[in-house]
Design a protein around this ligand. Structure first.
Ligand code: AMP
Ligand code: ZN
Length: 113
């Protein structure tokens, strides 16, 4: 998607602070962190959001969760973390490329506001 912010980040056309990368996904620190550790993990193939996940393309979601579990150990997030995928207007989604927030380093309120 030529006009997608996260596709441009994946392509290196917009700079980002990389956490991890493989064939299927890219992880980078959020530009406006909401916790001491806050990074995003995105599939390299453009999907517009959680509501674009299907039985055919959902394997990348499991892969991303496995990557997050591995990164959480490497980054020392032993106190826990939260994974969030916002969807649509009421869900607070502002970027139309599926992304998983990983937030850690402080106690996070539940339920969210
Ligand atoms: P959401 O509101 O769930 O769609 O999340 C989008 C996230 O992308 C927000 O937390 C933003 O701070 C983050 N974001 C927007 N632009 C950039 C960027 N250039 N680099 C890193 N994170 C960004
Ligand atoms: Zn995209």
């Amino acid at each position: 998607m030529s006009d997608c912010l996260f596709c441009k980040i994946i392509a290196g056309e917009i700079p980002s602070k990389k956490v991890y990368e493989d064939d299927l996904c890219y992880a980078f620190y959020d530009i406006d962190p909401q916790a001491p550790t806050h990074f995003l993990v995105v599939p390299k193939a453009h999907l517009s959001g959680p509501d674009a996940v299907t039985d055919e393309n959902s394997a990348v979601v499991g892969h991303i969760y496995a990557v997050i579990a591995r990164l959480s150990k490497e980054l020392g997030l032993e106190n826990g973390y939260r994974v969030v995928a916002n969807c649509g207007k009421d869900g607070g989604q502002t970027v139309g490329h599926l992304h998983f927030h990983v937030l850690a380093g402080r106690s996070l309120a539940w339920p969210p506001g």
